[in-house]
Design a protein around this ligand. Sequence first.
Ligand SMILES: [Fe+2]
Length: 248
Amino acid sequence: MANLNRRDFAKSTVESLLTYSLLGSLFQQQLFSAEIKPMAAQWIKEVHELGQDLKGKKLSQLQWKEQCEKLFTKADLKDLMKFVDFSGRISSTPFRDKGERPIRFKFPEVEGLPTNLVFGHQIFKLKKGQSVVPHGHNNMATAFLIMKGEFHGKHYDRLEDTDTHMIIKPTIDAKFGPGDCSTVTQMKDNVHWFKTESDEGYIFNIHILGLTTGSSGRVYVDPQGEQLNGGRIRARKIGAAEATKLYG
Ligand SMILES: [Fe+2]
């Protein structure tokens, strides 16, 4: 202390505190990445690799479906929700008046997680009674993972298209809760419709576009159409606004 006056002493104390706090936050960051690396980031990387195999035709659509559902079933929801800052930006995004609110976001950049992911992703946010409105898909594969809430989920095979209608056949009609998943491909369960039964519901969605040729996207339908033989339904093709009005 001999050479330190009061001012120097205060300064060095502040510097020490700064150093401690810097070390503290570095340490926390390290803890954070150590905690998420083996789980969410690794899981997302595996989803990416499966998607690459689907696009690269190493996997058929049905093989992708099987493997993707297996991978989605083993997702650690708690960890994934932390990774996407569920309690922050996802929770603070408002609901839509009708239909699902799609929330687009970037995954945190962590070591080992590719930045050029082959799939697009979003979280759908809904309140009770709202639906991810009924629609089929052109030239893409998608998967749903329920993050929070309870849903009544329906899927249909898309058997045939005319200019005005889609001939569909029910395949899945079930309750979906946290951790449950389902997939959409051109081959199987191409049309889906998820209605929220709890006060609020959140669905993690991935989509892989451009599997074959032509544009990729949604085709909205009204699944409450004319009943045909063999359990088939003649579903009218509708626009997004009408789908939201009828089912949102
Ligand atoms: Fe969809």
